[in-house]
Design a protein around this ligand. Structure first.
Ligand code: ADP
Length: 402
């Protein structure tokens, strides 16, 4: 069984192929046998195509293409031609799993794609204007290239879709509920995967655990997970809410936006750019959106970088505290994604204020290629570092549904 996964964005496409006949233990993610990417930001009128196989063959090409569907077709050609060939024919692909950012209130789980699902993704474009159009285009390109191969949509929002109304509703006017203005939450595929993996590492049933999962990458979000469902999360109507991030502000007083519109004449697009691209670690430090570089600058005495790291930690700790209150208890705190998987400084500083609960880390936890428990043996709460495997989770969802 061969499953293709596509993550179609507005400026990049990432794809990989899993050969599920080789998998012996499905709770451990296997490496894809092929992965490829299209980068549309490299140069005007061109796309940068890269592909590599598990066995080490690599390809890099600039193609004079601007049409996304054409780029996707060229990317798939590397599966069946040249040094990166891993399939005899594209007909060997048994199913395609798509990352789809917004499933709105309609989708609480992954789903086989048909005309109704495509219409729903289209209808939800106003809620995810940067992502859903690209996701839909990816689905249609695959249909055009692969014919009627089964396709599955795995929604970023689905894992959070059973959040209680009190957590999901914003305290604006009641009409917002009818308008679909509510907390949806994102990174759901990652939060769901690491929660399942945490249960497996702890040797417990997910339905009996209380977990806080911290997805800390360029985008950052927390989820409070009880009985196997997300009951609260920090991202909201859009992925801009909640924690301070690489270049996104996270939550700010909405009065600031009113002030900028009234006093500085900001447009919607200008606010979008400011809050999504020029804020967060990058905006405060003036150094980078990359936490490694901000920490480096802090260590060299850069005061803005020091403030950025202190703010990142302050907000992370405060939001962990709020997830803890939503759960009313905690079995394990789970760190994942670029920052969460790698930064010992963040593990230590994020856990510090919870020492009063008996949460205690090992003396000097270090990063590892394997998933690990970094809590001290006598800690009352486990602290797990788990490598997120969103592509594998999408492939598994696809396999289940086809
Ligand atoms: P994305 O959300 O784009 O998938 P990643 O999950 O790859 O991003 O996370 C990127 C972030 O991870 C960057 O801020 C990067 O600095 C951070 N990161 C990666 N390795 C480390 C490390 N060793 N220490 C601190 N931060 C790290």
């Amino acid at each position: 069984m061969k499953i293709l996964v596509l993550n179609a964005g507005s400026s990049s496409h990432k794809s990989c192929l899993f050969d599920l006949t080789q998998v012996s233990n499905p709770s451990l993610a296997p490496s894809p046998i092929w992965r490829a990417a299209l980068d549309w930001t490299h140069a005007e009128g061109q796309v940068e195509l890269s592909a590599e196989t598990e066995s080490g063959a690599r390809l890099k090409q600039s193609l004079p293409i601007t049409d996304k569907a054409e780029g996707i077709a060229d990317m798939l050609k590397t599966l069946v031609e040249g040094e990166t060939q891993v399939l005899a024919s594209l007909g060997d692909i048994d199913g395609v799993g798509h990352r789809v950012v917004h499933g709105g209130r309609d989708y609480v789980d992954s789903v086989r794609i048909d005309s109704d699902v495509k219409a729903a993704i289209q209808r939800l474009i106003p809620l995810a204007p940067a992502h859903n159009p690209a996701n839909l285009q990816g689905i249609e390109a695959m249909e055009a290239i692969l014919g009627d191969v089964p396709q599955v949509a795995v929604f970023d929002t689905a894992f959070h879709a059973r959040m209680p109304a009190a957590a999901a509703t914003y305290p604006g006017p009641y009409d917002w509920i009818d308008q679909g203005i509510q907390r949806y939450g994102f990174h759901g595929t990652s939060h769901r995967y690491v929660a399942q993996r945490a249960a497996s590492l702890l040797g417990r049933d997910l339905t009996e655990l209380k977990l806080i999962t911290c997805h800390l990458g360029n985008g950052c979000s927390l989820a409070a997970i009880k009985n196997g469902h997300s009951i609260d999360t920090t991202m909201g109507f859009t992925p801009l809410d909640g924690l301070m991030m690489g270049s996104r502000s996270g939550s700010v007083d909405p009065g600031i936006l009113i002030h900028l519109i009234r006093k500085e004449g900001y447009s919607g697009d200008a606010l979008d750019q400011l809050l999504n691209k020029a804020s967060g670690l990058k905006g405060i430090s003036g150094v980078s959106n990359d936490l490694r570089l901000v920490i480096e600058a802090m260590e060299q005495g850069n005061d803005r970088a020091k403030l950025a790291v202190a703010m990142f930690l302050h907000r992370l700790r405060r939001e962990i505290g709020s997830m803890l209150a939503s759960l009313g208890g905690l079995d394990a705190l789970v760190f994942t994604a670029g920052i969460g998987e790698n930064s010992a400084l963040i593990w230590q500083k994020a856990c510090e204020p919870f020492a009063f609960l008996g949460l205690k880390l090992q003396d000097s936890p270090t990063r590892s290629a394997a998933d690990q428990d970094i809590a001290a043996p006598d800690s009352t709460i486990r602290v797990l570092v788990i490598h997120t495997q969103e592509e594998w989770a999408i492939a598994q969802a696809c396999l289940t549904l086809i």
